[in-house]
Design a binder for this molecule. Sequence first.
Ligand code: RRO
Length: 297
Amino acid sequence: MDLSTTIAGIHLDHPLMNAAGTCKSLEEVKALARTPIAAIMVGSITVEPRPGNRGDTYWSGPAYSLNSMGLPNNGAAYYKQHIPKMVAEAHGVGKPLFMSVAGFSPGEYADLANLASEGGVDLIELNLGCPNVWHKTTQERIACFDPILVAAVLQEIEDMLGVDAKVSVKLSPFSNPFALAEVARVISKSKVVKAVTAVNTFANTLDCQSRITPNNGLAGLAGPAIKPIGLGQVCQLRNLLPARIQIIGVGGISCAQDVLDYQRSGAAAVQIATAYIDRGYKIFNSILSELVKISGV
Ligand code: RRO
């Protein structure tokens, strides 16, 4: 059996890639280029460089991981200089390079998408679900929960790059199915969107163990506990979106069965964050060899 898949018209040798949040620099791209992942995801990136939140910003246990990283990244000027080198590293080993962008306004999303596009990035992922940016005690809004804002971001992207640009929209998990249907309608109307990435972490969770320091411990939840949530979101989105929009599943994947479960729910490819952060590059070899074995490739 062939493990290859297609996202936004881009061929992938198999469905596995790292998720945004796990690769922010040229050095990290070089390291990921040596792993067997099918595509390399860089980001999320912002216009200004950000040191990220201070203190303990990541914790992982058997049931879930928590993070409040606060969008640490090197900023647009660094990426303008380094994206072509990142693309060359990835393409040199036959992998497409994807980039996650996070603006604080529709115009910033468009500027960052343009920067990525000019650098030769193969797919731009619009991160509309970052939960961890706070200004003192006020939390930055999570864009995907506001359909008017989502429509405005997609319009700016289309105006900047044209309808043929390769764009995926990354969403947070929605507990309200009607709100998910509403954002899916907005996405379906936009010709520039070719894929949806589901899901980002579940925002503002708290475990009361003081494991995360910023923002009174409120953190995005991921890892094994988010898998049923992610599968449910992928399943609903597959029913809500037209077939021309592929779904990239993410949330709690650490073995081949998890990949198969996401594929059965409607995902064409998958991303891995918590298991990669916790176990390093060997997780990709382990999942892929298991996938090859159980798929009888
Ligand atoms: O950097 C983060 O704190 C972060 C981001 Br941008 C995101 O999209 N999701 C997440 O759980 N953490």
